[in-house]
Ligand binder design. Structure first.
Ligand code: ZN
Length: 140
């Protein structure tokens, strides 16, 4: 296993993103929050509400949702479908606060990145364990 304390910062961020993205997709039932298409129909991605991949909101659960490849791509040209969806679901205040957070110059420390990695890795493992247990209960 890569030593997260010695690896390049970008390598660590990529590893966190891999776990975080999986967590987000599962949380959103592996369905695009905008058009509703699922993993059988289209490639799913973790779509950031604000562009730029700032440390401040890169791994913020409120700032990232499951999006299909096409809705995520369209977001680059027009923010409003995603932003309107977000405001409809969480409210204008949450949107404004998240935008302020996004524009802050917060930089994640190595320790914070390692913590995020462990957190989402464990959450994903737990999800898989629950899935296995559920399968064991229903004899189908
Ligand atoms: Zn979509």
């Amino acid at each position: 296993m890569t030593d997260l304390w010695k690896a390049k910062r970008q390598t660590v961020k990529n590893k966190v993103w891999k776990e975080f993205r999986l967590f987000i997709l599962r949380r959103d039932k592996e369905r695009c929050v905008l058009c509703g298409r699922d993993k059988d129909a289209v490639i799913l991605q973790g779509g950031h509400i604000f562009r730029g991949h700032h440390d401040s909101t890169m791994f913020d659960e409120l700032a990232v949702h499951c999006q299909c490849k096409w809705c995520n791509k369209a977001h680059n040209d027009n923010n409003w479908p995603y932003w309107n969806w977000f405001i409809g679901k969480y409210g204008q205040k949450a949107f404004d606060e998240l935008k302020i957070k996004h524009n802050s110059n917060q930089v994640l420390t190595r320790g914070e990145l390692v913590e995020l990695y462990e957190h989402y890795k464990n959450a994903n493992k737990e999800y898989e364990l629950i899935g296995t247990l559920t399968k064991g209960i229903h004899f189908e």
